[in-house]
Design a binder for this molecule. Structure first.
Ligand code: NDP
Ligand code: GDR
Length: 371
């Protein structure tokens, strides 16, 4: 039985990857940070009681900032594959916490690679690094592919650039099977609530059900190449099953703006919108609303507004990936379109919002956290 160790298992990708590997028959180990709450919502459905014999899913307390802990877990587990998905992954937050982001995202990667080498696992353990389209930042070529030069635009992206190159360096220096997946944005109903797609689908669903009045956003002109996390974790595994370690761009090859994603999400909830203003002072007004799916919304309501608080000190305006290498060498093509993904996210958030609205109608307190 193959063993995999996943950092970031409580996150979006970690949870889908753990599911995928369990289905493939792996024993799956994950590193979880200590928190004052359980924080295992995304993996509760695959959790196995460690007291059960032959449990194939196991969580270890750990942190990418803690070398001795990482070394001990690696030594105990002796994994065939390590997926380094753990990170302070929010670009805007990286401007607020740049040093921490560098410690986790850059040096955390080095700590893992060095622990693998120190333990003499460099010929046994294959290593996947969660690299990112944010490396392209101020884009030097459209679309972006494996050979496009990097120009990172945030402390997050600069930290991930170190992680990218240290992964390449350990491959070249020590013959490790170590590779980078340069993944473009990917989303799902499990996406963190403060990333723009989930903020939109959740916000629209809450507004439709009367739990919120207005959604405040930053740059609506930003263009992204959005895919579904399920398609992208399959590719993470495929990258570790080759004869030779190589780096791959993973993307859909299509892009839309944040504004278009808002329009698409609203339509899924039965709301039609008209945008007015100019990006800095823009709003979206309701022109029609389905009383069944959006009972709390009326024609003329302003339900989306720009708030400059969400603008970033340096922005990545446009990202569009070219996944040709992944298609030709690995036969990978994304199966879920952005429209299907958006529909799944809105349906899931509407379901939650309806339950919350019902609780509220019966006098229970419902807290709707917002950023
Ligand atoms: P999430 O933010 O959903 O998950 C991040 C995970 O990392 C969480 O499990 C989090 O734990 C964990 N983590 C954070 N800090 C530490 C730390 N100090 N030590 C150990 N673990 C830590 O991210 P995604 O699942 O969306 O992304 C997975 C990886 O892929 C990340 O590295 C991200 O940067 C990268 N990436 C993501 C893309 C995307 O569009 N989703 C695109 C390209 C790259 P906790 O739950 O405790 O916070
Ligand atoms: P990104 O994702 O920065 O691309 O990083 P995010 O969803 O945060 O932003 C995408 C674009 O939307 C604009 N935007 C807003 N973003 C947020 N979060 N909140 C807002 O209110 C808002 N309004 C507009 C942003 O300015 C940006 O242009 C994600 C993360 O998953 C990274 O870890 C990963 O590496 C990259 O994708 C690829």
């Amino acid at each position: 039985m193959k063993k995999a160790l996943i950092t970031g298992i409580t996150g979006q990708d970690g949870s889908y990857l753990a599911e995928f590997l369990l289905e493939k028959g792996y024993e799956v180990h994950g590193i979880k940070r200590r928190a004052s709450l359980f924080n295992t919502q995304r993996v509760d459905h695959i959790y196995e009681d460690p007291h059960v014999e032959h449990a194939r899913f196991r969580l270890h307390y750990g942190d990418l900032t803690d070398t001795s802990n990482l070394t001990r877990i690696l030594s105990e587990v002796q994994p065939d594959e390590v997926y380094n998905l753990g990170a302070q992954s929010h670009v805007a937050v990286s401007f607020e916490a740049p040093e921490y982001t560098a410690d986790v995202d850059a040096i955390g990667t080095l700590r893992l690679l060095e622990a693998i080498r120190f333990l003499g696992l460099e010929k046994k353990t294959r290593f996947y690094q969660a690299s990112t389209s944010e490396l392209y930042g101020l884009v030097q070529e459209i679309p972006q592919k494996e050979t496009t030069p990097f120009y990172p635009r945030s402390p997050y992206a600069v930290a991930k650039m170190y992680a990218y190159w240290i992964t390449v360096n350990y491959r070249e220096s020590y013959g490790m099977y170590a590779c980078n997946g340069i993944l473009f944005n990917h989303e799902s109903p499990r996406r963190g609530e403060t990333f723009v797609t989930r903020k939109i689908t959740r916000g629209i669903a809450n507004i439709a059900q009367g739990l919120e009045k207005c959604l405040y956003l930053g740059n609506m002109d930003a263009l992204r190449d959005w895919g579904h996390a399920k398609d992208y974790v399959r590719m993470q595994w495929m990258m570790l099953q080759q004869d030779q370690a190589e780096d791959f761009v993973i993307a859909t090859g299509k892009q839309i703006s944040v504004r278009e994603f808002i329009r698409m999400s609203a339509r899924e909830a039965g709301i039609e919108l008209e945008f007015s203003g100019n990006g800095v002072d823009e709003k979206a007004t309701v022109t029609s609303a389905n009383p069944e799916t959006a009972p709390a919304v009326k024609v003329g309501d302003v339900i989306v507004k720009v708030d400059a608080r969400y603008f970033r000190p340096a922005e990545v305006e446009t990202l569009l990936g070219d996944p040709t290498k992944a298609k030709e060498k690995l036969g990978w093509v994304p199966e879920i379109t952005v429209e299907q993904m958006c529909a799944e996210m809105v349906a899931s958030d509407l379901d939650t919002a309806k339950r919350h609205a019902l609780l509220k109608a019966h006098g229970h307190h419902v807290s709707v956290s917002k950023e």
